[in-house]
Design a protein around this ligand. Structure first.
Ligand code: NDP
Length: 328
């Protein structure tokens, strides 16, 4: 089968097209013909060696497609089912093995690219607004990279729960997308000379007491500003580092900042049981089915062009979801 392989840690150009034997599903697993593979920022951390990963490896953890074969002892999934997944390593390939109890059945009326866009980034946006800092009516929250894959979904879910969202973005086109998703304001953080001092001041012009929560997937460049944007007893949800990882910091800053909270959550801990996974995915699919949650697929390239997808994502040139088309 055709697949993409990262031969060694490095930039996007370490990704190469290879021919590999198709994987074989073990007990409790299904083999899927991949229609689209989702590209996520975490794929770039793994490719670059930021997150520990054996090399060579086939990148990707997410996608949507059609079940081709079943391993032993699989229940609840049949050959021919349309499924999506979010934690199956090796997804940049024509076929991938997925644990049956981690598949998401794609409802009629939802196409496979939309299902892939709702898988990892949708589940992430869901747990962030539902569990990390539960947004409710009257909450002002700040969402960094508001036109990104997670950002656009997170904004819509936060607004649907009654929150008011202020976004940060790096272009006017991204600002328009963030506003379309429901953000009350979209601030150009890329234009600031000193983001750490100027962003909190812009945010406090809009929310004088400071925001109740900041959802920060940008990390190194925004972390200090995020803390300074919070009101008393506010929560900083640090969920990624697209600009780099945050260095260690002095906990005493939480005291002087106003009895602040910081959490560094990850998706795996928020979909630990089949029940919790389905609760979140059912709500996402239901909202998408009734038109209350839109997915933006900002870039789709053929599987062979994974290099350009990674280059665009790391170069801040993408909006919404990035997909690799595997089967036409
Ligand atoms: P995005 O589509 O949001 O892309 C990343 C965005 O980060 C860019 O578009 C850009 O937006 C912004 N950015 C700011 N500074 C930089 C920089 N120096 N280099 C690159 N990008 C920068 O990606 P995803 O939606 O896939 O992921 C968003 C974040 O969520 C990532 O940090 C990812 O690791 C994290 N994540 C965490 C999960 C968890 O459970 N903890 C699960 C899933 C994702 P702009 O141009 O507007 O600044």
């Amino acid at each position: 089968m055709r697949a993409i392989q990262a031969a060694r840690p490095g930039g996007p150009d370490v990704l190469e097209v290879v021919d590999l034997p198709a994987p074989v599903p073990g007990p409790g697993e299904v083999l899927v013909d991949v229609a689209v593979a989702g590209v996520n920022f975490i794929d770039t951390y793994r490719r670059g060696g930021v997150y520990p990963q054996p090399f060579p490896h086939v990148p990707g953890v997410e996608g949507a497609g059609v079940v081709r074969a079943l391993g032993d002892d699989v229940t609840g999934v049949a050959v021919g089912d349309r499924v999506a997944w979010f934690d199956a390593p090796g997804s940049y390939a024509e076929q991938v093995v997925v644990p049956a109890d981690r598949t998401l059945a794609v409802p009629d009326g939802i196409d496979l690219p939309t299902a892939a866009a709702l898988a990892l980034q949708g589940l992430t946006a869901h747990y962030l607004v539902d569990s990390s800092f539960p947004v409710g009516p009257g909450h002002d929250v700040l969402v960094h990279a508001g036109a990104g894959g997670v950002g656009l979904l997170l904004t819509q879910l936060a607004v649907a729960r009654g929150g008011r969202v202020v976004s940060t973005v790096s272009s006017d086109a991204k600002a328009a997308l963030a506003r379309d998703a429901g953000a009350a304001e979209a601030l150009r953080y890329d234009l600031l000379d000193d983001l750490t001092t100027e962003l909190p001041s812009l945010v406090r012009d809009l929310v004088p007491e400071g925001v109740a929560a900041v959802y920060d997937g940008v990390g190194r460049t925004t972390f200090d500003a995020s803390l300074a944007c919070l009101g008393v007893r506010g929560t900083l949800v640090l969920f990624g580092g697209s600009s780099g990882q945050v260095p260690p910091f002095d906990l005493q800053r939480l005291n002087t900042g106003g009895s602040l909270f910081v959490t560094r959550p990850t998706l795996a801990h928020h979909v630990r049981t089949r029940g919790e996974l389905l609760e979140r995915s059912d709500e996402l699919f239901r909202l998408a089915s009734i038109g209350a949650l839109s997915t933006r697929i900002g870039l789709t390239v053929p599987l062979e062009d994974a290099v350009s997808a990674h280059t665009a994502l790391e170069g801040r040139r993408t909006t919404g979801k990035v997909l690799l088309e595997v089967r036409r």
